[in-house]
Design a protein around this ligand. Sequence first.
Ligand code: ZN
Length: 416
Amino acid sequence: MRSLAVLHASQLVTLDGPKRPRVGAEMSELAIIRDGGMLIRDGKIESVGPSDEIEKNVGDAEISDARGRVVIPGFVDAHTHLVFAGNRLDDFERRARGETYEQIAKAGGGIWSTVEKTRAASEPDLLLQAKKHANWFLRCGTTTAEAKSGYGLTVEDELKILRVMRQLKDRVALEIVPTFLGAHAVPRERSLDAYLDVVVTEMLPRVTQQKLAEFCDVFSERGYFNIDQSRKILSTAKKLGLSLRGHVDQLTKSGGAQLMAEMGATTADHLEQTDEQGIAALKRAKVQPVLLPGAVYALGLSRYPRTREMIKAGLAVVLATDFNPGSSPTPSMPMVLSLACTQMKMSPAEAITASSVNAAYCLNRGDKIGSLEPGKLANFAIFDCEDYRELAYWFGMPQTHSVYIKGECVSKSGGV
Ligand SMILES: [Zn+2]
């Protein structure tokens, strides 16, 4: 039996609380233990408490002295597009010059350029790039990341991306939660109707037969998949046993939030354009909103979701990076915390809750990760600061000291 004692955290941010996603005022309750410690056995948390009490039961456990640093649960990033080939540097430069999305697409950029590169990449090549991305997440303090397919857009290429996620499990410490997003865009070689048919009759049955995904997602947006088409994909996925997520109301308000409520989805993601009716629908159906301020920021836009209204309405808000090469090229949850506090007026405590325990519940893992409570996995990050609010306050500067998954150190500033 392997054991580890973490001692002398200036703040051990436990998020101990009700065994469900946190809402309203609960989002501000971090259950911090000052000069805190934890005892870990076989990858799981056995006890948490003041350091002097933990020290009494240390026995032969290895000791990790946090030396007055902050310890929080590892971030759970509930919305990423982690597996893709190449980058979109030319798009980035064109956007800075003021070119529109249409101009960029015409010049050979946009999502299609990533689809072409991802299709052309061999499975080992794609795995190598995904490994690099996964290690970036660890370095930012993230221990679990949801990851979507969606840059293949053929049966074989979508399956290839999902297989890469499966292979990542044995090659990186980061826990990956796979989501099928065949309906990310319509490929150039097919009509919308023909592609919709492929997603529903070929991709979804094969993905579920091979157990390659836990969730199905759809990009519901003008010019991509409308509400009826999105409903068709999501209802097929639901019948096949997948849980549902959706990119909705990002650039235009289309009733996407209402659709996710109607479908009994686990999450509705983006929501920049969602109004009070959409918020009320999510509340009635207990759908968790996943907010992605990195995409608003990196696209140079200014309309963030109505976060305060969502918290006031009692929604169990989640924050995520939306890591992708086009609109949100960041794996950094601390950067997202900064945006949440400065642009969406969340408090630092609400932002931490939204990126840990609430995020864990929206990935159906609330009983295993997301807080530092006895019985949960010992997934945590130590940051080089004394107060958890510093994570959102000092922005653009890495403060990660070390990251642990199941009690094992998987990333340390300056290398493991
Ligand atoms: Zn996304």
